[in-house]
Design a protein around this ligand. Structure first.
Ligand code: SF4
Length: 417
């Protein structure tokens, strides 16, 4: 990656005698600091008002230009490398298959989610366009420049999908509509399908419909925290953030109705204090509704309110990754699985031989997300090293080799039979 923020990586191994999962008691965010009045709402960027000149690479040693969507958007480092607007190499990946676009404003995201590098409480410390998000920098680029590059030959583009990540900002709906219109004027959604990573807090059912009418193919809701209690603790009242569990579900249900089966989904972060049983119950609920879950392994993002907490132990993560794949793609039901008194998976609900084949195929352990052009259970959105360091990969952004499978089996404590 161009820039990986965490130089000293937290251990993902359970020490002897320690729990092999992140418990609710342990995963308590710290309280957000309150920035001074001048630094609130992007005050520093707006008062300096530096005019942007094309590509901006995050650099907190120089004054951040005054950039704003829809003219400007930010791209994941992987997408910027693949698009060719910035240099860099990714470990064992030639490119990413998803063009991840993030709306940008000097005021930034107005929410304060405890695990997120983009959260509002960072206003004093770092301008929005300089903040790390899922472990990497997000360079800012004029949207017209991105469209011009991709529109040259959309059919042969390395990107199998484009995704607009909305943030919590009063302009994010209108700007998403503008970007969708600009994009589809030049690039057919048949050549490169579009996903929306939504901002339910400020959205209405009509807004969801409008994204569909403007050409979006899949609509996702980042529930992130798997239970109402954890949601409120990490994204709601617990951290002075505006999100509410019920509002997220209102928009998710609207997406189900408007986009239809297989065309909506929810993001879930594993290891924020929920049990494996709770998260897999949610996975089953989404499948019963006709949707999918896209999973992330909790990683303590530098600068976030949870950066002092442990990453999800690999054994917990692998059990959930495997069980989620069985529910989403192998017709195994949550009710067939067995759990211990700590809610850990102790039975996956299928014969050992069949389970072994699925483990060895490796797809269950790849990054999950909206599909690309290879097959339904292989995500276009591969987010290289978004939830782990390369030294101990959580979500594999590439096809696993024999050595990788051996490592996964070790994590699962399931040596090959
Ligand atoms: S709404 Fe999204 S971008 Fe904003 S703080 Fe929460 S997780 Fe981060």
């Amino acid at each position: 990656m161009g820039c990986i923020e965490n130089k000293t990586e937290p251990s993902t191994l359970s020490a002897p005698g320690q729990l092999d999962y992140n418990s609710k008691e342990a995963m308590q965010p710290r309280a957000p600091a309150i920035p001074s009045k001048e630094l609130k709402n992007g005050g520093r960027v707006k008062s300096n008002d530096v005019v942007p000149e094309g590509l901006y690479r995050p650099n907190y040693r120089i004054m951040t230009p005054n950039m704003r969507s829809p003219e400007y958007v930010q791209l994941s480092t992987a997408a910027a490398i693949t698009l060719g607007v910035t240099n860099g190499k990714m470990y064992r990946c030639e490119c990413t298959r998803c063009l991840n676009i993030l709306l940008t404003y000097p005021e930034g995201c107005r929410a304060n989610c405890a695990y997120c590098g983009l959260a509002r409480h960072r206003e004093a410390e770092r301008d929005f366009a300089d903040r790390n998000f899922i472990r990497v920098d997000w360079p800012a680029v004029p949207i017209d420049e991105i469209i011009e590059i991709v529109a040259k030959d959309p059919e042969k583009s390395p990107f199998h999908r484009m995704c607009i990540s909305m943030i919590t900002h009063p302009n994010s709906e209108d700007d998403t509509f503008t970007i969708l219109k600009k994009w589809t004027d030049k690039i057919s959604p048949d050549a490169i399908p579009i996903s929306i990573l939504s901002n339910p807090t400020t959205m209405s059912r009509e807004d969801v419909q409008r994204t569909r009418d403007l050409g979006a193919d899949i609509f996702t809701v980042a529930i992130d925290a798997a239970t109402p209690e954890l949601f409120d603790r990490t994204r709601g009242r617990g951290v002075q953030s505006p999100h509410r569990w019920d509002k997220y579900w209102e928009i998710l249900l609207a997406a189900r109705d408007i986009f239809g089966p297989g065309k909506f989904g929810a993001h879930i972060i594993v290891g924020m204090g929920e049990t494996e049983q709770e998260v897999l119950d949610l996975v089953q609920k989404l499948v019963d509704m006709g949707g999918h879950s896209h999973m992330f392994c909790f990683f303590p993002e530098k600068g976030s309110l949870m950066d002092h907490l442990p990453a999800t132990p690999r054994d917990q993560w692998r059990r959930v990754q495997l069980a989620r794949y069985l529910i989403d793609y192998c017709d195994v039901n949550f009710d067939q699985m067995d759990f211990d008194d700590q809610g850990r998976v102790v039975g996956f609900g299928i014969e050992q031989e069949e389970l072994s084949k699925i483990i060895d195929a490796g797809i269950a352990f790849r990054t999950s997300g909206c599909p690309g052009k290879f097959q339904d259970d292989i995500s276009a959105c591969d987010r290289p090293y978004g939830d782990s360091p390369v030294s101990d990969i959580a979500s594999y952004p590439f096809k696993l080799n024999k050595k990788d499978i051996k490592k996964v089996r070790k994590d699962l404590d399931m040596p090959s039979i």
